[in-house]
Design a binder for this molecule. Structure first.
Ligand code: 3AM
Length: 333
């Protein structure tokens, strides 16, 4: 089905009631995977968001499974900062849909397009919510793998300001089981390159540090309105990410200088050099606001620098797979 006929199909859904319960009111947005509508839950009389799988994808079993998995993860991860999936169904006509809580607001992508960048305090509120959500996902052995501003909703729910993480469509279990490996072929890369960790771009095994890298990219973008690596060409983008040089103060001079150190670690090319947890990253961003903490860290650093150097394990041994891959990729550089 072409783009034009898909949009015709979505238009026709307006006014329809899915499975006798969800009356479609208006389309909020559409993309490659399908469209999202505001609907009324007729039994309860409240607004819900209904995501419909694109009709041309309904015969692709791997995408149907992915859609089902997104619904299952969103239905089971109960967290105030993760969009809750309330129902999943198929109509007699074969339309696959999932029902979510409706957030009256906009995506972080939309907010950044409108505002350019956000203040440090505003950024911290959003990062705190995302860190909370990621901590829960990671504790449940789930990686999001597609963190980007278009997957963050900011708005009102029952009159309260909320920040919610959306779209666990390409979520991955940390310990892949047989079922999982059928869904994501080895080395297959899903996600959005600009926000992806280098090891993700390379199709390597991922750890929670891949999500933490994407979180650092989004935080950098919120603070500066720019991306730390922005090359269009994939290979060049990867090279840029591998260099790992990303200063926020060169973009916005009045940000605390200690933030540059935070991003050096948050966007480190080697996943093992990044923050251990989402909360460690959040704490570092918060600490950077206090000049005393930043000074203390600088003092510790200079004290360490004057101490005798302990013999270190060979880098190959410390993280052979990652460096070995890089050597092959960049010809030993
Ligand atoms: O196209 P825009 O950015 O206006 O915010 C999401 C996006 O809007 C919105 O649907 C569009 C396509 O993803 N959306 C997704 N889930 C939503 C939800 N649970 C939602 N809007 C409200 N509540």
């Amino acid at each position: 089905m072409s783009g034009a006929s898909a949009s015709e199909y979505y238009k026709k859904l307006i006014g329809e009631t899915l499975n006798g319960n969800y009356r479609i009111e208006r389309m909020i947005g559409s993309g490659g995977m399908g469209a999202v509508f505001q609907a009324t839950h007729l039994a309860l009389g409240n607004s819900v968001a209904v995501k419909v799988l694109a009709p041309e994808l309904a015969s692709d079993m791997s995408l149907v499974k992915r859609f089902q998995r997104e619904a299952r993860v969103g239905g089971n991860l109960m967290h105030p900062n993760i969009v809750r999936v309330q129902d999943f169904g198929k109509t007699d006509e074969g339309i696959l849909f999932m029902v979510m809580e409706f957030i009256d607001g906009e995506t972080l992508a939309g907010k950044l397009t409108k505002n350019g960048r956000l203040s440090l305090e505003e950024t911290i509120v959003i990062v705190e919510a995302l860190c909370d959500a990621l901590t829960t996902a990671h504790k449940n052995n789930l990686l999001h793998r597609d963190l980007k501003p278009a997957n963050i909703l900011i708005g009102k729910l029952n009159g309260r300001e909320v920040v919610k993480l959306l779209d666990f469509g390409i979520v991955k279990l940390l310990q892949p089981d047989e079922h999982q490996s059928q869904l994501t072929a080895v080395g297959q890369v899903f996600g959005t390159p600009l926000y992806m960790a280098p090891e993700h771009l390379m199709g390597l095994t991922l750890t929670p540090q891949a999500d933490l890298y994407s979180l650092a990219v989004m935080t950098y973008e919120m603070l500066t309105g720019a991306l730390p690596a922005d090359q269009e060409d994939l290979r060049k983008l990867l090279e840029q990410k591998m260099k790992g040089t990303a200063s926020v103060t060169t973009h916005v001079a009045d940000l605390p200088p200690a933030l540059d150190e935070v991003f050096a670690k948050g966007l480190a090319s080697n996943p093992e050099s990044r923050y251990a947890t989402a909360n460690d990253f959040l704490q570092a961003v918060k600490d950077a606001r206090k000049p005393d903490t930043a000074k203390l860290r600088a003092k510790e650093f200079s004290e360490r620098a004057t101490q005798p150097i302990e013999p270190q394990p060979a880098p190959e041994k410390a993280s052979g797979g990652f460096f070995g891959f890089l050597k092959r990729l960049f010809g030993g550089k």
